[in-house]
Design a protein around this ligand. Structure first.
Ligand SMILES: Cc1cc2nc3c(=O)[nH]c(=O)nc-3n(C[C@H](O)[C@H](O)[C@H](O)COP(=O)(O)OP(=O)(O)OC[C@H]3O[C@@H](n4cnc5c(N)ncnc54)[C@H](O)[C@@H]3O)c2cc1C
Length: 324
């Protein structure tokens, strides 16, 4: 039955490609439709480090841990763009536990004397770092191997959505705001600089409370290093602001002096699709439409856990629609 069930996945970001892969591997006949190619999605602007930031859902940690297990395996193959990397999460305030909670490897408290100036406590651990442009290509190649077509088309409209296929998976991120009338998914703008890597091989992440403003993180990706970052709630602009870029570079250089004078190669701006809660599961009016969007600043981190949830919902939808 599953083998003959056509599914259209809308969206070619990390949520759409991962959901499509899980469905296709389980025997569904899958087609991906997207308004933008993978390389132009929000997903492609991410750093990306495993860790559920700006995400609300009671199952978020469970999804993140499921993804962690998959990323650990992917990290054994250099073609995936996924690597397990050591680094430090540090705070300027009172002692905190590492934000990703249970899961990261080799968690140990840092000697404060080894932290950058003004940081007073921190944790060292190992988590996946994902080179998103390489990783999205890798997911696309796996889909291609399974015969899944990814078509870049005009945006799907609200009227089309329920008519696309016997099963539809909505992975449109911030695009859901237009597709689903009245949906509250909203942007939290983020800026990230791509710089030449002066030899960094460990990440550094400032522990903060996810509120608006600037923060500090350095994510080495081979000969490049991703420098962040910023958060600006409700900001739809993707225009680059040189003042924000200068401020990010200054903060990162204060934390890691080897960044002084590095060449900036790119300035990414992305809009995180933030919702009061990740939306996952069947639509109330059209139960054959399964939603998977609103992953905030943690869509990469949640991707495999959410794709598994989509697969389970798809199986349930097929069983329900099967003639008795
Ligand atoms: C600066 C920055 C840094 C980040 N760092 C991290 C990190 O370190 N770790 C982490 O886990 N997460 C991180 N994130 C968050 C992460 O990038 C997002 O949560 C994730 O990319 C969301 O993926 P998505 O596939 O749901 O949405 P998107 O990547 O936005 O993809 C949506 C897709 O839907 C398509 N679409 C939209 N509307 C329609 C329509 N009507 N019809 C057809 N197609 C449509 C789009 O074209 C696109 O293909 C970061 C985000 C930013 C901006």
């Amino acid at each position: 039955m599953i083998r003959h069930t056509d599914v259209v996945v809308i969206g070619a970001g990390v949520s759409g490609l991962t959901s499509a892969l899980r469905l296709a591997e389980s025997g569904f006949s899958v087609h991906v439709r997207s308004a933008e190619p993978p390389g132009r999605t929000t997903s492609c602007t991410a750093g990306a480090i495993w860790g559920p930031h700006l995400v609300a859902h009671e199952r978020a940690l469970a999804w993140a841990l499921r993804s962690l297990a998959v990323f650990r395996e992917l990290a054994t193959d250099p073609r995936t763009g996924v690597r397990m990397v050591d680094g430090v999460e540090a705070s300027r305030g009172t002692l905190v536990t590492p934000r990703p909670g249970t899961g990261p490897d080799d968690v140990r408290r840092c000697d404060p004397a080894t932290l950058p100036p003004t940081f007073t406590n921190g944790w060292r651990y190992r988590v996946p770092l994902i080179d998103m442009s390489r990783y999205l290509e890798y997911l696309s190649e796996r889909l291609d191997d399974l015969g899944v077509e990814v078509t870049i088309t005009d945006p799907v409209t609200a009227a089309e959505l329920p008519r696309l296929a016997p099963l539809v998976v909505n992975c449109t991120g911030l695009g859901a705001r237009e597709l689903i009338a009245g949906d509250p998914v909203a942007p939290v703008r983020g800026d990230l600089l791509v710089a030449e890597n002066p030899g960094l091989d460990q990440f550094f992440v400032e522990h903060d409370d996810d509120s608006d403003g600037l923060t500090t993180y350095l994510l080495p990706q081979g000969d490049r290093v991703m420098l962040g970052g910023s958060r600006s709630t409700g900001d739809w602009s993707t225009a680059r602001n040189p003042e924000v870029a200068d401020a990010i570079l200054a903060r990162c250089t204060a934390a890691e002096p080897r960044l002084a004078g590095v060449r900036i190669l790119e300035h990414h701006v992305g809009l995180r699709p933030v919702r009061e809660q990740v939306r996952i599961g069947p639509d109330e009016t059209h139960p054959h439409v399964l939603h998977n969007y609103g992953h905030g600043g943690g869509g990469v981190t949640l991707s495999w856990g959410c794709a598994q949830e989509v697969l389970e919902c798809a199986g349930a939808a097929v069983r329900t629609s099967r003639p008795g």
